[in-house]
Design a protein around this ligand. Sequence first.
Ligand code: SF4
Length: 381
Amino acid sequence: MYFNRYVKANICLILNLILKSLLSTLTNLMHLSQSLINWYSQNKRPLPWRETRDPYKIWLSEVILQQTRVAQGTDYYHRFLVAFPDVHSLAAADEQDVLKLWQGLGYYSRARNMHYTAKEVVEKHNSIFPDSSAGLKKLKGIGDYTAAAIASICFDEPTAVLDGNVARVISRLYATDTPVDSNEGKKTITDLAKSLLDTNHPGTFNQAVMELGALVCTPKSPACNTCPLSFACEALKRNQIEKFPNKTPKKSPTIRHLNYLVISFTKDKDEFILMRKRTGNDIWKNMYDFPCLESKDASDPKDILDTCVKSGLLGEFPFVVRHVSDEYIHQLSHRRLLARFIRIEVKGVPMLHDNITAVRKNLIAELPLPRLVDRYLATLI
Ligand code: SF4
């Protein structure tokens, strides 16, 4: 009898402790979440896409801002909205015009996917974006992050976003050891972000974490003294901020050597340059650069020229090499391009073949061009 009462009393005590601990955890989470939202309402930057819940505009801003600084992205956001104010106008546009407008932002597959998706939304969804992250993820180019951002901001879906800023803030807040770029790490961060999410204001909460990562919890020298989460930050408590977020060591980038042939000729007093439309699944698909001979290592321009002559690209005409540029270095996410431009003037009209076309020199700037080519063209007299 006494034993039973003793066991019962202990069970009650344990249940009480568990309940108290759950309540305390819940209160802490609510406190964290509320502190963050308060901070956001007072400190957020007045960005144009924060004044709307139109899924087209939010989608546009999210795609533009991937891998792009806000200042540069804002400019492109305005330009896109002027040219394509809604999903209909983007769907009806020519892909070359979309790529041209995107020029300078890099990662051109984003623009191609956006154009493709606009057409899909118009043709298959009656011009209305799906109103859930699951539905949005079925559209080309919309992954977990973009779907969660659109669904939470536009449709109040209680879904946590995960981008670089969120990963940094959460991993420091909880001092998580698993690399944030591994599948396990992403799951850990997403679960923790979900536990913090304010389900009544998911869009505001998501934007608040991202804004904190952008303005306060920055990669280097975070401003912990002004951080609304400092009272609970584990990395700060341990004085180990620089240890987080933990990331998998980066592989060294692949190097590609591009030997560009800038072949010009004159016809009816106009100067033309041979341009190549890039097809296939390599970088810069459907954009324009020059005919190119790629080599494994840095090549002697003379060898490149021999190969060029043998390829028949210059026809049977005499030619003069006008200039060989210094090496241009162009960094992509996983690749480093080392490019050299060999300027050749042909005394005749070369044969055009495959995807090579002759473009009047003064009209080249109207083509969608990779930044590398644009940089070279700026030096061309
Ligand atoms: S206290 Fe410092 S490290 Fe921790 S979340 Fe805030 S800014 Fe980041």
